[in-house]
Structure formats: C-alpha cells, structure tokens
Design a protein around this ligand. Structure first.
Ligand code: NAD
Length: 498
C-alpha cells in the first residue's frame, strides 16, 4: 500500500458472526454489540453478544481438538508451516485489517498498518519457536537411570485481550500458544472484536485444523468472567487492567488453572542531566502520545534531574505543539481519538484532579477541539509530588507528570515508588549510570535512550502488580507448556521384596 493512501469511512457497518470449529457461526437471534468509530461517531461494526452456552460449546470444541491431538500431535515443523502461511495471510489482508483496527480503536491508520505487519512478523518468529521448543535430559544419574524433562502443551487456553492493541497483542499471544500445541478460545474486548475474528479466519485458511482457534465475542463481565471460572479451561492468558487481573486470579482458583497476567503500568522516564536532551524530549513525547496514551508501557511519569528540569519543560512544550492530532484515517495523523466516551471522561477527570491537587499545568489540559469524536490534548503537569493521584494511578491517556530529583538514589526511589512494574526508560549518555539504573529499576522491560520498542525475540511482562508470566520470545512458547519429568530404569530392577 502507498503509505499516503487515504481510506474512507465505510458506507455500511460490517457484520460479524463468531468463529468456532473452523467455521463462522451466524449471530442468529443473539443480541449485537454495535461499535461506532470513536473518531467519527459512525457505526462501523456489529458483532455477536455471545452467551455463556456459546462459550461452553467453544470450550468443548477446543477440548476435543486438544484431546484428539490433531494439532498437539503434529511435528513442530508442521505447526511452523501453518504459522508461516498465516503470516502471509495477514500480509495479504493488511489494508482490510488496518482499516478495521483504525475504525474500531481510533488509532492512526499508519500505526494500525505497522501493527498488522508487526503481527505477521511475530507469527514468523513464533513459527521458529514451534521447532525450537525442547526439553532436557539427565544422563548423570548412574548407569541404571536416565531422566528426561519434556515440555507438553498445557491444554485449552482462554485468551482475554484488551482494546488498546487488539491485533498486535493478539499476535503476541496466539502464534506462541499455537506453537506450543495448545488450543484456544479467545475473547477480545467487546469494542474491538473485528480483527480477532478475522485472524481466526486467516489462520484457519492457512491450514490450522478446525477447533484449534475459536473466537467468542461479547461482554467481559459475562463471557470473560465465565472463562476465568471455567472448569475445562487449563490456562487463562489475560491482558487488561490490574483490577480485572486480580478478579481473574481469584476466579481461576476453582480448578487451579494457570494464569498469565499482563496488566497496567505507571511507567517512569528517568531523565538524567547528562542525557541528550533533544532525544529525551522526543522519546518522552512519543512515549506519551503513542496510541493517545492508551498504552500499557506508555511513559507517563517523567522523573527529571532538577538542574535541567526548566529546559526540559521548555523544549517539551515546544515540541508537543507540533504533534499532529486528528482524523485517524488521515495517513499523516500521529495521535488519534480516545477509545470510548467513558475512557475520555476518566482522562478528563484526572486532568481536573491534577489541577485541584496543585500540580502546575505546562501544556494541554483538556479536550482537543474536533467537530466530532473524542480527542484529548497532550497534557503535562510539573511540580508533581508522589502523593498526588495523577502520579500514582494509571490514567491511560496522554497525561504526563514531571517529578524532579537531585541524586541518583532519589531518582531510583521515585521510579520504584509505584505498585506497578511494567516498564521504565532511562535517558543518559553515561553508560555506568545507565547500567546502575537499569539494575535497580523494578520493571519487566527497561529501555535505555529509547522507549516502546522491541521485537518478538525478547520476553515481555511485568514486575509487582503489573502481572505474572511472560509472553513472546522462546519464553512465550514455554509459558503455555507443562513440564513433565520421566525416569527410565535401565538394566532391570533391584527388587524391593526379596
Ligand atoms: P479491561 O481489564 O477492562 O478489559 C480487558 C479484557 O478483559 C476485555 O476483553 C474485557 O472484556 C475483559 N473483562 C472485563 N471484565 C472481565 C471479568 N470480570 N473477567 C474476565 N474478563 C473481563 O482492560 P481494557 O480497558 O480493555 O484495557 C486497558 C488496560 O489494559 C490498562 O490497564 C492497560 O494497562 C492494560 N494493558 C496491559 C498490557 C500489558 O501487556 N501489560 C497491554 C495492554 C493493556
């Protein structure tokens, strides 16, 4: 596609059934979830409000597909072939997927396209994981004993995903789960289900056996909750808010299912006085504005050395004014709309709280004027102390706090003064300082002189209340396996009963 290609709003909303056992299931007389584009307020998709019975049926299908080994019994090489063909299928439908993603999320089309192609790239990486997955042997237990440690797919995985990166986050999970040999019942966010449904079709067309990847759409509190409680689901991989993550963990206790949690963050951007200031300013702006701040690893807390704070603030303000906010269908747009009116209200109320708590407004501070849709100005508060709500709670919008420090120890203390531990960025030209800081900062992902970057080779996940478990990398395949130890006696038995 030409990067400058302009898409138009669709004239009709697109209707979706749901996907079970390799086939589309029609909505029939079930209720619908209607999605209006948050940037245009136009009806763009309609998906099915599935019932708990639909979920039970899909779990039974996934269980059968796991138990009869139609997928788990294949070689890693055969599984990899399917994942590689699926990557081609994603690339072939990039325009369709990117447009739906933009219409449902309000994210810029150029970004959506990058995320779809990134998803294909992850499938290609994970295909290697299907072949690389292996166990271990113990050949040091004496001549009469050999032990093996094997990895086996855990079984039926319930996959619950959020609305902020519906396709990309899905692709950070699905090919790894499939590489391990598991089967899946996925439930996307009710406001962004379209691309998850299409992925199921694409992987099916790539040769995935029926019943291995099923998608149920509908409400989180009903279907999501039922998934976490389901006695026939072996593992739940949940990505979303820390609050729902906690309820997932509790609900999963029923059958002791394994739980992978990727949750919220309040991620520091530590800027030392010796940083390349222009790079740091640009990185902090990108880290805040990417996906309109609705990004779990977004750097929403600038922790800045006092001696450069005034200059940092000045350059930040100048550059923020240049961020292109607007229609996400315009290929030049850098920052689109906020996902729902509810989330928009939440962000605006945090901005008001910041003002009321005495933080100093540097720029932004409210809605971004638009004829239609909900947009928020990138907003910066300075003189923020760590007891303020805006410094502690995840806002999930383009709101930055600036807190200053004078010593290295103080910087680390502020960075770690949070219940979260998802990511952190460190800006300095001093390698020693960078290494000392990345050792001390409590976060699953740390960036030095950059932010929000990486590839499927490396694992992602959180410390503290940002989650448990890891996705992507070879860890991301292992995450969906059980470990089995096998002892083999050699050369006959030394009898216990004479
Ligand atoms: P959310 O927790 O409201 O919803 C996430 C998913 O859970 C959705 O599919 C939703 O339908 C479902 N759900 C809702 N209630 C449920 C319940 N009771 N039981 C089971 N499932 C339920 O989160 P969101 O608003 O969609 O996404 C924003 C949040 O996700 C932010 O906190 C963000 O930090 C987090 N997030 C984390 C990561 C990460 O990798 N750590 C990535 C993206 C988003």
């Amino acid at each position: 596609m030409d990067q400058a290609k302009q898409f138009n709003l669709p004239e009709q909303p697109r209707d979706f059934g749901f996907f079970v056992d390799g086939k589309w299931v029609e909505t029939g007389n079930r209720k619908l979830v209607e999605r209006r584009s948050p940037a245009h307020d136009v009806l763009v998709t309609r998906v099915t409000r599935c019932t708990v019975e639909d979920l039970d049926d899909a779990v039974a299908v996934a269980r059968k597909a796991f138990a009869d080994r139609r997928w788990a019994g294949l070689s890693g090489s055969d599984r990899a072939d399917v994942l590689l063909r699926a990557a081609q299928g994603i690339r072939a439908r990039v325009d369709e997927l990117a447009l739906l993603e933009t219409l449902e999320t309000g994210k810029p089309i150029a970004q959506a396209r990058g995320e779809v192609l990134g998803g294909a790239n992850i499938f290609e990486y994970a295909a290697g994981g299907a072949r690389a997955l292996h166990g271990d042997t113990f050949n040091n237990l004496g001549d009469n004993m050999l032990a093996l440690v094997t990895r086996e797919p855990i079984g039926v995985v319930g996959l619950i995903t959020p609305w902020n990166f519906p396709f990309f986050i899905l692709c950070e999970r699905v090919p790894f789960i499939l590489a391990s040999g598991c089967t899946i019942v996925a439930k996307p966010s009710e406001v962004t289900s379209a691309t998850t449904l299409l992925l199921a079709e694409i992987v099916s067309e790539a040769g995935l056996p029926d019943g291995v990847f099923n998608v149920i759409t509908g409400s989180g509190s009903e279907i999501g909750q039922a998934m976490t409680e389901h006695a026939d689901i072996d593992m739940v991989s949940f990505t979303g808010s820390t609050g729902v993550g906690r309820s997932t963990l509790l609900a999963s206790a029923g059958n002791f299912k394994k739980v992978g949690l990727e949750l919220g963050g309040k991620n520091p951007q530590i800027v030392f006085a010796d940083a390349n200031l222009d790079d740091a300013v640009d990185g902090v702006i990108f880290g805040l504005c990417f996906n309109a701040g609705q990004c779990c690893v977004g750097g929403s807390r600038a922790v800045v050395e006092k001696s450069i704070a005034a200059e940092f603030e000045k350059r930040l303000k100048e550059k923020f004014a240049k961020v292109r906010i607007g229609d996400p269908l315009d290929p030049r747009t850098q920052m689109g709309s906020i996902i729902t009116t509810g989330q928009n209200d939440t962000i605006l109320s945090y901005i008001e709280k910041g003002k009321a708590e005495g933080a100093r407004l540097v720029c932004g501070g409210g809605a971004h004027a638009a004829k239609v849709g909900q947009f928020i100005q990138p907003t910066v508060f300075a003189d923020v102390t760590m007891d303020m709500t805006i410094a502690r709670e995840e806002i999930f919008g383009p709101v930055l706090t600036i807190t200053t420090f004078e010593t290295f120890e103080e910087a680390i203390e502020i960075a770690n003064d949070t219940i979260y531990g998802l990511s952190a960025s460190i800006w300095t030209t001093n390698l020693d300082k960078a290494a000392q800081a990345f050792r001390r900062v409590q976060a699953g992902r740390v960036w030095v002189n950059t932010t929000i970057t990486g590839g499927p080779e490396t694992p992602i996940g959180g410390f503290k209340q940002s989650g448990t478990g890891r996705e992507t990398g070879i860890y991301g395949v292992e995450e969906y396996t059980e470990i089995k130890t096998v002892h083999i006696a050699l050369g006959g038995r030394n009898h216990w009963v004479a």
